[in-house]
Ligand binder design. Structure first.
Ligand code: TRP
Length: 382
């Protein structure tokens, strides 16, 4: 027991339990429509993949909501970072991966994350992620992983394919298949209570809660809290050209995606070309019959923090589709104006970025090393 550095534990009949009890949450998934009402002493954790420059969807779905959360809840703790180990599941030449990692960190800083309010770091710089990943991978069944849907799209398999299929098995890397166990390790390593993500990550978060429960049950401890999913309101920003699909950097149609780094002229042009409809009269939000217009309304709502209803009411004075587009373009241009300049400056200064990440890494490791010590002691690896 001497290795338990914290006094949070009481031992009952040789079993470890924590005095900070976590009751099962009544609802594990919450819509983030208010940012300032986290319970005190929450620990919020999230990572974003380094896919290079960030676009409007990444900005509204992650960076902006992280910024607002961490600025609005001074009595909670925030850890955010770059999921570079997850990015490693698809091959990139080393120089490109490195550039992407710097671009991602510069995007978070330019997006306004304040390192006095949150810890900002690279996942790969904290080796405890990989260490916990192994313990959790050993506690996760192939069936649980097989039911996840994201690896199927990443491995370019259809949604009803299975790892038991010979061809699928041959063409799927183990890292892609086991990716959600690493994600659970990321979250549980810090004993996070809340995880803000887009709805495409809901399934991984549910798996994470199941892994946490099964760890707690197996070792008869109450060590891991069951982290709640905080669904970001601008859940899904869709492609400007084909509002059936998510906005994505890999879309071959350049005009489908607005980047934080785009010039005002480019933003204006891309929004002008956005697919809408020819319905006249009042503006309405209806993703089925008016996907293009609804996507623009969703973008406005994400930028202004107003609800969809408030947004719809506030645009009724715009008399035609061109006016709506100009209005959206101006909002985006204003929002990104100084972020774009800051991003360019930051990217030129790798030493500065290195120093920010080193600071973040040290802070994250302080927590991670204590927790991995506890975990190893719980499983008998101390
Ligand atoms: N899988 C997430 C995504 O693709 C990124 C991620 C990795 C993450 N680890 C995480 C998100 C932990 C939240 C918490 O977006």
């Amino acid at each position: 027991m001497s290795c338990l550095r914290t006094s949070r534990y009481v031992s009952t009949a040789g079993l470890l339990t924590t005095t900070r009890a976590y009751t099962s949450p009544s609802s594990s998934i919450q819509e983030l429509n208010r940012y300032d009402n986290l319970p005190s002493n929450s620990r919020v954790f999230s990572l974003i993949q380094p896919t290079g420059r960030i676009h409007l969807g990444n900005y509204l779905g992650a960076v902006k909501s992280w910024r607002t959360l961490s600025n609005s809840n001074p009595d909670s703790e925030f850890l955010f970072g770059i999921a570079d180990l997850h990015a490693f599941t698809s091959y990139k030449p080393a120089a490109e991966l490195k550039d992407n990692r710097y671009q991602a960190i510069a995007s978070l800083l330019a997006g306004g994350l304040d390192t006095t309010k949150c810890t900002l770091y690279f996942q790969s710089s904290v080796p405890e992620h990989s260490e916990l990943n192994w313990y959790l991978t050993c506690m996760t069944s192939m069936g649980q992983l097989n039911r996840m849907t994201q690896w199927k799209s990443k491995a370019q398999q259809s949604q009803n394919s299975s790892i038991t299929d010979e061809k699928v098995m041959e063409s799927t890397k183990a890292g892609v298949f086991c990716y959600p166990a690493l994600q659970a390790a990321d979250i549980l390593l810090y004993r996070a209570t809340h995880v803000p993500v887009g709805d495409d990550q809901s399934q991984h978060l549910e798996l994470c809660r199941n892994i946490a429960k099964s760890f707690n049950n197996t070792y008869n401890v109450n060590y891991f809290p069951l982290p709640k999913t905080l669904l970001t309101p601008a859940k899904k920003i869709l492609s400007l050209k084909n509002p059936e699909k998510k906005m994505s950097k890999s879309d071959p149609v350049q005009a489908s995606c607005v980047y934080v780094t785009d010039s005002p002229e480019d933003i204006q042009l891309k929004i002008r070309k956005a697919t809408t409809d020819s319905i006249q009269g009042a503006w309405s939000f209806d993703p089925v019959t008016r996907p293009g217009v609804s996507n623009l309304i969703n973008i406005i709502s994400g930028l202004t923090n107003e609800s969809i209803e408030e947004t719809v009411a506030s645009i009724q004075h715009l008399k035609d589709h061109k006016s709506l587009k100009d209005y959206v373009a101006k909002l985006i241009i204003d929002e990104f104006h100084d972020k774009r300049q800051l991003y360019d400056e930051l990217l030129k200064n790798r030493d500065y970025l290195d120093s920010v990440c080193k600071q973040g890494r040290d802070k994250a490791r302080e927590l991670a090393s204590v927790n991995i010590g506890d975990i190893k002691s719980i499983v008998g690896m101390d």
